[in-house]
Design a protein around this ligand. Structure first.
Ligand code: GLY
Length: 586
């Protein structure tokens, strides 16, 4: 009987944008099932330390970030006359204090900007490999990766890009023209301390052994037991931020702070030098763009894979009328997963730092992308490979979305890579080092911490930027700002942004519904659909298993911050239910 039903479902047509095609699942028998997704809209009641807001509508300006203190800092800057770039700089520094797992000055990131007049640009402040990095630096004598060597401690760190990135953003676009004002809130927070949330206390407690193992002296994060509401005071970080406030770029890449970094490297076996620090430069790059169902998608080019893969995913599903195939139905999930399988295969082969490797321009060409879907079979899951890899579920990047009173927008994703990066704090300077070197193909063909495989394009070379999945994205429609979106989540970043965009454009969801809905993810290898609980109704999941898909469940995918501009011109903001994330506006 079940078999009969499946046969009948498979024989129903897939509806494309303007026509039905004769193979595929039914587009009428699937139920739209969204199971109690929004029960957990407010985390403020569970965590009374801060007044956290998950969903808000405002007229004028909005900030959505991973921490309520950072959200407040950003909105205050806008209230004082700052624009979205001013607010972004202040939020970046604030998160380095109040969200130490991913906010940072010892890491890097990407910023996508759209001015009120439609000018678009992106800033790449991704970390770089030291000039002493070598292709085999994480391999043993037999050429096999040494466990954890690219993940923890001094040698895992790339040259940090955040401070130079913020300086460059300030020089080009600041309206306030008052650098000190943008850094000061972070200094105050580090100097006086702030109350940690329950989630932060849990993370710090869980990771105490790693802090102890990868530091040469106790750090501000050491404590027998952290509790929600405890004050986290970071005096050394406050001093470093004060140097940045007073001297800008040279307060970090030269002088005392550079001494601390180089001393730390020498003591702990790291390879970052004075010259590496002095030479680091963030780069303005042209965004990658495409049209998707009448919307202009503006996203991050390499060394992030995010923009190109997002464009491929959207163009692969564009011929289909997802609305009629239905949200999270087996047919929709199958289509999106098959697109993801193909796009991530391209990512592994073709993407790397464009300053070192010529990324093929054809990757975003519509006809090339359509050709990639020629062997898409609505009845059968394609097989990626027989190899399967484990996934480590630490994906502590962070994203924030900002719109200011004039309509300028910033979409910014920043990271230390894993939660608390390399776990190593620079003694005397108080900030955590990234473990971004693991984002290189440590050994081409061998998966990194996200299970991602890479090739020659992303091999380690001196001074090269490691490939990223960060996908800060801005969407405009008819020349007007429509959406600002992004998320952490390692390799799942791209597929989460993909789903949020499709949720808004194809399924007409508001910002809150679009990002609180459960997510799923496929990345070519391992050949498995990673899914949040309830992301795919059981009946649909059974169908997907019958045609050859396999599943792996997990708790949470991503922590997204989105702002959608309604047809009436209101700002509709949403902060992810999966964290302490907070959105506010006025
Ligand atoms: N470190 C995560 C990413 O850049 O994609």
């Amino acid at each position: 009987m079940i078999f009969q039903n499946i046969i009948s479902l498979l024989s129903k047509p897939y509806k494309m944008q303007n026509k039905y095609i004769s193979i595929g699942f039914s587009n009428i028998l699937y139920l739209i099932i969204i199971l109690n997704l929004f029960a957990c809209k407010q985390s403020g009641d569970q965590n009374a330390i801060y007044n956290i807001s998950k969903s808000v509508t405002a007229d004028s300006a909005m900030v959505a970030s991973a921490h309520p203190l950072a959200t407040s800092v950003g909105l205050d800057i806008i209230r004082q006359g700052g624009n979205a770039i001013d607010a972004a700089i202040a939020v970046q520094f604030a998160l380095a204090v109040c969200y130490p797992g991913a906010g940072n000055i010892g890491g890097g990131g990407f910023l996508v900007y759209r001015s009120k007049d439609g000018e678009i640009s992106t800033l790449d402040y991704r970390e770089k490999a030291s000039s002493f990095a070598t292709a085999d630096m994480y391999l043993d004598s037999l050429g096999n990766p040494i466990t954890d060597k690219s993940l923890y401690g001094h040698l895992a760190a790339g040259v940090p890009g955040t401070v130079d990135g913020m300086v460059k953003a300030f020089e080009k676009y600041s309206k306030l023209k008052d650098w000190k004002k943008l850094v000061q809130p972070a200094i105050d927070m580090a100097e006086n301390g702030f109350k940690i949330t329950e989630r932060e206390a849990e993370n710090l407690n869980e990771d105490q052994p790693l802090f102890i193992k990868y530091n040469l002296a106790p750090t501000a994060f050491h404590k027998d037991k952290w509790n929600a509401g405890d004050l986290l005071i970071q005096k050394e970080l406050a001093q470093t931020l004060a140097a940045i406030r007073d001297k800008g770029r040279s307060g970090f890449y030269e002088g005392n702070v550079a001494d601390h970094i180089v001393n730390e490297m020498k003591a702990g076996g790291g390879i970052i030098t004075y010259d590496d620090l002095k030479a680091y430069q963030a780069v303005w790059r042209s965004p990658v763009t495409t049209m998707y169902k009448g919307n202009k998608i503006i996203s991050m080019p390499p060394p992030s894979s995010g923009g190109i893969v997002l464009i491929q995913l959207l163009k692969m599903v564009e011929p289909y009328d997802l609305r009629s195939i239905k949200f999270q139905s087996a047919a929709t999930v199958h289509l999106m997963v098959e697109a993801e399988r193909r796009a991530f295969a391209d990512r592994a082969k073709h993407l790397g730092d464009p300053d070192f490797y010529k990324v093929p321009s054809v990757l975003t060409d519509s006809s090339y992308i359509q050709r990639r879907m020629v062997n898409f079979n609505p009845r059968v899951a394609n097989k990626s490979d027989s190899i399967s890899y484990g996934m480590i579920e630490s994906e502590e990047t962070t994203h924030f979305s900002i719109v200011d009173t004039e309509g300028n927008a910033v979409s910014l994703t920043t990271t230390l890579n894993g939660g608390y990066g390399a776990y190593t704090v620079v003694r005397g300077a108080g900030f955590l080092l990234n473990n971004e070197m693991d984002d290189f193909s440590v050994k081409p063909g061998t998966p990194n911490m996200y299970g991602l495989v890479g090739a020659e394009a992303n091999k380690i070379e001196p001074n090269k930027r490691m490939l990223s999945s960060m996908t800060p994205t801005i969407i405009e429609k008819d020349g007007k700002l429509k959406m600002v979106v992004g998320t952490p989540g390692g390799s799942t970043i791209i597929t989460s942004v993909f789903q949020a965009v499709v949720n808004v454009i194809d399924f007409d969801m508001d910002a809150d519904k679009a990002i609180q809905s459960p997510r799923f993810h496929h990345q070519w290898l391992p050949d498995v659909i990673i899914t949040e609980k309830d992301a795919i109704p059981l009946s649909e999941r059974k169908l997907l298993e019958i045609i050859g898909h396999t599943f792996k469940d997990r708790n949470a995918i991503g922590r997204m911050e989105a702002i959608v501009i309604t047809n009436q011109g209101k700002l509709q903001g949403a902060a992810d239910r999966r964290g302490d994330d907070d959105v506010k506006g006025f």
